[in-house]
Design a protein around this ligand. Sequence first.
Ligand code: FEO
Length: 400
Amino acid sequence: MSFKITDSVTWVGKRDWELRRFHGEEYSTHKGSTYNAYLVRDEKTALIETVWAPFAGEFLQQLKAEVDLGSIDYVIANHAESDHSGGLPELLRLIPDVPVYCTANGVKSLKGHYHQDWNFQVVKTGQRLSLGKRELIFIEAPMLHWPDTMFCYLTGEDILFSNDAFGHHLATEGMYNDLADPCALQEECIKYYANILTPFSALVKRKIEEFAGLGLPLKMICPSHGTIWRENPMQIVSKYLEWASDYQEHQVTIAYDTMWNGTRRMAEAIAQGLTEADPTLVVKLINAGKGDKNDIITEVFRSRAVLVGSPTINRGYLSSLGGLLEMMRGLGFKNKKAAAFGAYGWSGESVKLLTAQLKECGFEVPAASEAGMRAMWNPDGDALEQCRAFGREFGQGLKR
Ligand code: FEO
């Protein structure tokens, strides 16, 4: 169901309560998501974005109930990824001549996706589109998080349509931040930043500074996923500035996998050592084979250091750690320490390989932890005491 946000702006998107995986199977969405599209009615009518293709039919039905499609003067495509552009082919089949405003990279992406020569109108930062009393101001935001991404700002209503930025995968009936469960909202926002925006942190800071420099008043931020920032919209902007500055809490995450519990027992002993070294340290253990990879990444994002453990298998390490390390490599976390540990029976390569991979991910492996912590077969009392000592030493290095 559509709803009015202001006299001129109506939400015409889709709540997806059932979504549990996004970006294929890559991103977990425990609480669903929304695809936000907005209709702006002044003397001219503009549609800002659409929805994901499976909901294109529902979207058009709702849109037709709201407005005569023929009266839509402009379509704004802030981003070509199909969760926003999926409704375009069907919509533009019905109104083929309507101009589609997007960036130059947006044309490439939209053509690449849909192979249609729509009536593209390329815009750049600062360009304005008059709707009557109000104007849309376009702000390119390349690599937040695709090359084509842009924001647009509606004068008169003082609303920033920020596309993916400031979004979160959270389906709610009340579509405003002040109506959402604050814990769920905070968790989904940080998870979204950690898993999607981490590599672009320098650009996030620059874009926020650039927007602030425009001196535009801000009453609301309307992102393309999750709730609308109606109450104190600057709170999410402040969080982004914090998260974009090599964010960390006083936390260590221990991500491990285990076959016969040897590496699990090592993880627990290392955790004990970390706490002995610094009782103020938050230590979280997660079995990477059982835990959700995006939730683990969120914990790594929060951490000052990550300890990664796997037994040796086939001269390597367990596949759950392989996937996780590849995610960490791509996200490029900065200013975090790391070390490896693991049980083994004979050849025992896992720790050396994990250590090399942690360095490849950009983590700092302290010299004292370079060799990691290995335990042969199932760790006995002495081996577990060595693990505690390893944890204590690593924890000393993290003391504030
Ligand atoms: Fe929400 Fe980059 O798509």
